[in-house]
Design a protein. Structure first.
Length: 120
C-alpha cells in the first residue's frame, strides 16, 4: 500500500511483548499504520516532540467510541508508555488524536488480516 508506514518493532525477551515506538510530530502519527497479531501483547512508547497537545487513542472502530483500547494524553515534550493486549479477533482499529481528528491526524492499527469492507 503506497504511503503506508510500518512500525519498527522489538520483542522483549522476558515477556514476549512487542514494542512499538510512535511519534506525534507535525500532526501525523509516525507510523500511521501499525500491524499486530490477534491477542498480541504490545508496549506502545509514544512521544510528542511537537509544541501542541496530542492524544494517542485507539478505538475498536471509528464509530465505536466507548472504552478505548489505549488513551494516552501528551503535552509538548512528553513520552509515555502503555502496555495492552490486542483484541483476539482480526479487525482494523481506529487510531486518532482527539483534538486533531478534524485535520486528519488519524491512523490504523491492523490486527491480523481482516476482511476489508467497503464504506459507502
Amino acid at each position: 500500500m503506497s504511503g503506508s508506514v510500518y512500525a519498527e518493532e522489538d520483542m522483549t525477551a522476558e515477556e514476549n511483548i512487542k514494542v512499538i515506538e510512535v511519534d506525534t510530530l507535525n500532526f501525523v502519527f509516525d507510523p500511521e499504520i501499525i500491524r499486530l497479531n490477534p491477542g498480541e501483547k504490545v508496549k506502545f512508547i509514544v512521544s510528542n516532540p511537537s509544541s501542541a497537545f496530542h492524544t494517542f487513542t485507539i478505538y475498536h472502530s471509528k464509530s465505536e467510541r466507548k472504552n478505548p483500547i489505549v488513551n494516552i494524553s501528551l503535552s509538548s515534550g512528553d513520552e509515555k508508555t502503555e502496555t495492552v493486549t490486542m483484541p483476539d479477533e482480526e479487525k482494523i482499529l481506529y487510531l486518532v488524536c482527539l483534538p486533531h481528528e478534524g485535520i486528519g491526524m488519524v491512523g490504523q492499527v491492523i490486527v491480523g488480516n481482516p476482511e476489508v469492507e467497503e464504506e459507502s
